[in-house]
Design a protein around this ligand. Structure first.
Ligand code: ZN
Length: 429
């Protein structure tokens, strides 16, 4: 039953809205009767759902499968220390109900994929994409096109973010008679797996999701109220370092496989296969689990090395390459025996500041070409290179061998494995 009248308490709460002719009583009732679904209760989902709940949006669905971990607290402002280890949707629900008991919060603790997306999306008026991975983005986009729902899109990375509204069923306000584009019109193909680092890999400044998320919340309110010019057909980017917004026109692609004139996608597809990556990154799941465990056990408990490692100290199933790699344990014994070898850390200085192995000399992979002269005289000697998890150090070793260095090896698993086996309790980042 739609709400048709505000009670005294609600009139008090929403006074500042009621004073706006663009909102008023009629608009506030539209908000109270609206149903929005926020996919992702992370950096973007937090400010989005906080502002929508505060504004009085009557039904807010939250879809997220994660639990709260300590590294979320730098930007995910719904949560506190007391929520660590709790399901995000549950912790968020409590906070939002406290903010506004009028609001109905629907918790969807689930991964959003082709098997559930249509069911999930169908009952909501506006969908908000606050996810951080490509399979979910394409999945949400296709479902929104198929079910004719506006998709309020935001994304963030390091110091930059973007926001737009995809709505292939609504008119592009800048081009009367033409419909708006969808995510696939802008990005027909997903990026090559591994070519685009995630926030978990590349970092993100904590206030950025607050800025982009509140812009998304603003677009949601405009769509519900039917006021202003929605960001359909316009992509606005924000650069936090320059305090600069830029707006680009986006147009619908008549050849788009899902919203085009002759669509080939008429139901959800297998998005993990399409993108070539899993929806949930197993590495970040393991990291969350370790963070929560560490925070629950208290940092004072004596750390133990990871029991899942095999007899050589490698993760189960690790494809060790003896010609190219050396285990952290072998490196440790070289160091203990004071063996004469050159030990190189090829990460960035910002990473070295988080965690380091004291005897390693820092030569970032990016600087190798300019600094290779520093390695003169070591062509015949033993060199071991390490990075974060073993990828960059392998590249570094390959380059050195091509340059005629005879005995170069990469430390398997990088400093993350070192911090599980040799220096347990050392930072994982
Ligand atoms: Zn499209």
């Amino acid at each position: 039953m739609p709400v048709s009248q505000l009670n005294t308490e609600q009139i008090n709460r929403y006074k500042r809205h009621l004073l706006l002719p663009e909102v008023g009583m009629e608009g506030q009732l539209k908000l109270i009767n609206a149903k929005v679904l926020c996919i992702g209760a992370g950096g973007l989902g937090c400010p989005i759902s906080l502002y929508l709940a505060a504004a009085g949006v009557g039904t807010i669905g939250l879809a997220d499968v994660d639990v709260v971990s300590p590294s979320n607290l730098q930007r995910q402002v719904l949560f506190g220390v007391s929520s660590i280890g709790e399901d995000k949707v549950k912790a968020a629900g409590k906070r939002l109900k406290d903010l506004n008991p009028d609001v109905k919060i629907i918790e969807h603790k689930t991964v959003v994929n082709s098997s559930n997306v249509l069911d999930l999306v169908k009952d909501y008026d506006v969908i908000i994409d606050g996810t951080d991975n490509f399979p979910t983005r394409y999945c949400v986009n296709d479902a929104c096109v198929l079910l004719k729902k506006p998709n309020v899109y935001g994304s963030i990375f390091r110091f930059e973010g973007m926001v737009t509204v995809f709505a292939a069923h609504l008119e592009n306000p800048d081009r009367p008679g033409e419909r708006g584009p969808c995510y696939r019109c802008m990005y027909p193909e997903p990026p090559d797996p591994g070519s685009v680092p995630s926030c978990a890999e590349g970092g993100v400044v904590g206030v950025l999701p607050g800025i982009i998320g509140t812009l998304q919340a603003n677009e949601v309110l405009k769509l519900i109220l039917g006021i202003g010019r929605p960001a359909i057909g316009r992509l606005t980017t924000f650069d936090a370092l320059d305090l600069e917004f830029k707006t680009f026109k986006l147009r619908r692609d008549p050849a788009c496989p899902v919203c085009g004139d002759h669509p080939s996608i008429t139901k959800p597809i297998d998005y993990e296969r399409f993108c070539g990556v899993p929806t949930l990154d197993p590495k970040s799941l393991a990291e969350t689990e370790a963070e929560v465990r560490q925070s629950k056990s208290g940092f004072s408990a004596p750390p133990k090395s990871d029991p899942s490692l095999d007899s050589r100290g490698l993760p189960p199933g690790y494809a060790f390459k003896p010609d190219w790699e050396i285990t952290p344990r072998e490196v440790k014994s070289l160091l203990d025996q004071k063996n004469d070898f050159l030990f190189i850390d090829c990460r960035l200085p910002s990473e070295q500041a988080i965690t380091r192995i004291d005897s390693a000399k820092l030569i970032p992979l990016q600087q190798l070409a300019q600094r290779i002269g520093e390695l003169k005289g070591h062509e015949q000697g033993k060199i071991v290179v390490h990075c974060k998890s073993g990828g960059r150090s392998m590249q570094f070793a390959q380059i050195l061998r091509q340059q005629g260095f005879k005995d170069v090896k990469s430390m398997a698993g990088g400093i993350l494995l070192w911090n599980k086996d040799i220096n347990p309790g050392g930072p994982q980042y």
